[in-house]
Design a protein around this ligand. Structure first.
Ligand code: FAD
Length: 406
């Protein structure tokens, strides 16, 4: 094995090159990235970076000297991979083939497009540092803000705007925030956090269009005709795997969203080709072999490291059965989730205590848990999921009586 190519220079890609060197790989490593920046951390972009007191600068995980010197990585930044040739074992970058023996695909995901806002100044998604700089500048100018979509990133932007004392409206097409990802019990709690935080939350409300003057946004037109005045519109309507460059490659892409389909070792089925992070649908043996595509920091870090190890030494590849985990910060509250929300039943746990917890049951097992401001509990629930602990109603052992809803 002489040449490792990693496509996608963010968290999963960085962890891949680090782990390749940690395993003792001395061959050539090329890291290909569409963005011009060195790999940097995304979660702060919708949190601290938007605060009035933040210096507005993003520090990369590692500087260029560390990457090229210490880790001996050849950087190809600002140059997206254009195609993959499985037969020739080549990635095409800048019109030229880059050969590989082992390849890690870590191209992540990009914001789901919002066509009515395209080309209108003041309408942004939030995925990159450039997006965050533009949103921050608008908040600095005191923008009246409308967020389209009450998902995690949009909700964090709303929270950041409120922290600055700005008026913000969140428009959500569903009757509750996040029902598809965490279910209605938790969605109700999330709606409460928005309202307590002073955000004007419009549920069950569709967006008909964007109003603009001289190419700059002036408002959001809702179904029914109401116009919400806005200087800044942030669209947070989900993300799609960045796999356009793999079209026609013969690699198996997921029929719903085009993500890369892998087995539990992150192998795509093509010789030497593994995938990791937000781009990958991987089988998770811990949850009945469910195929999962997660958009979580911890997952990207773990999978990136494992994908490189497995790609360089397929004989040593082992199934990854880690418990998915993510966090999100809203209005000074910390939300944490472990496991999977795909469940037969959801119930609240220990409602008498401060904060909130919901447990997700599938069959006779706990498969997921969501907490708000109960950081110690989340680790306890994680253990119960790993140990395939039997469902006993509530963590106190009392049978849960009435709050199931899924
Ligand atoms: P990405 O970070 O998406 O990186 C993929 C990289 O590949 C990008 O740099 C992209 O430009 C590049 N690329 C794409 N196409 C090509 C190509 N053809 N050639 C070369 N390069 C390409 N997770 C949490 O658990 N908690 C949080 O609080 C949280 N907050 C977040 C806040 C924001 C604003 C965002 C955007 C994400 C947040 N996440 C959070 C999710 C977390 O950041 C992601 O799961 C993680 O970044 C995924 O890493 P990745 O390397 O798989 O993909």
């Amino acid at each position: 094995m002489e040449r490792l190519v990693v496509v996608g220079a963010s968290l999963a890609g960085l962890r891949a090159v680090e782990s390749a060197r940690r395993t003792g790989f001395t061959g050539r490593i090329t890291l290909v990235g569409a963005e011009e920046h060195l790999p940097y951390d995304r979660p702060p972009l919708s949190k601290a970076f938007l605060d009035a007191g933040h210096e507005g600068v993003v520090t990369p995980f590692r500087d260029a000297d560390e990457l090229t010197g210490e880790l001996g990585v050849e950087l190809r930044l600002g140059t997206p991979a254009e195609a993959l040739d499985l037969a020739e074992r080549e990635v095409v970058v800048g019109g030229r083939p880059v050969p590989y023996d082992a390849l890690v695909i870590a191209t992540g995901a990009g914001p789901r497009p919002f066509p009515p806002g395209e080309g209108i100044a003041g309408v942004h998604a939030l995925r990159t540092v450039s997006d965050a700089v533009a949103i921050r500048a608008a908040l600095d100018a005191g923008a009246r803000t409308v967020v389209i979509g009450a998902g995690f990133i949009g909700s964090e932007v709303a929270s950041a705007a409120r922290k600055r004392g700005l008026a913000v409206t969140v428009v959500e097409a569903l009757d509750l925030p996040l029902t598809r990802s965490i279910g209605p019990v938790a969605g109700t709690v999330c709606a409460g956090l928005h309202r307590a935080g002073g955000t004007d939350l419009r549920l069950g409300t569709g967006v008909a269009g964007i109003e603009a003057e001289n190419g700059r946004v002036t408002g959001v037109r809702l179904d029914g005709g109401t116009v919400l005045p806005a200087d800044l519109v942030v669209t947070g309507i989900g993300a799609l795997p960045a796999t356009g460059w793999l079209d026609g490659s013969g690699l198996r892409l997921h029929e719903r969203d085009g993500g890369v389909v892998c087995d539990a070792t992150l192998w795509t089925g093509a010789p030497g080709v593994y995938a990791a992070g937000d781009v990958a649908h991987a089988v998770n043996p811990l949850f009945d072999g469910d195929l999962m595509r997660l958009e979580h920091w911890t997952n990207a870090a773990e999978q990136g490291a494992a994908a490189a190890r497995h790609a360089l030494d397929p004989a040593s590849a082992r199934p990854l059965d880690s418990v998915p985990y993510f966090w999100s910060d809203w209005y000074g509250h910390r939300l944490q989730f472990v496991g999977t929300p795909v469940a037969d039943e959801v119930c609240t746990a220990e409602p008498e205590r401060k904060g909130f917890a919901a447990l997700y049951r599938r069959g006779d097992r706990i498969v997921g848990a969501l907490t708000v401001d109960r950081p110690r509990d989340i680790m306890k629930y994680r253990r119960r999921i790993v140990e395939r602990d039997e469902w006993t109603g509530t963590p106190t052992g009392k049978k849960h009586e009435s709050s199931s809803d899924q």
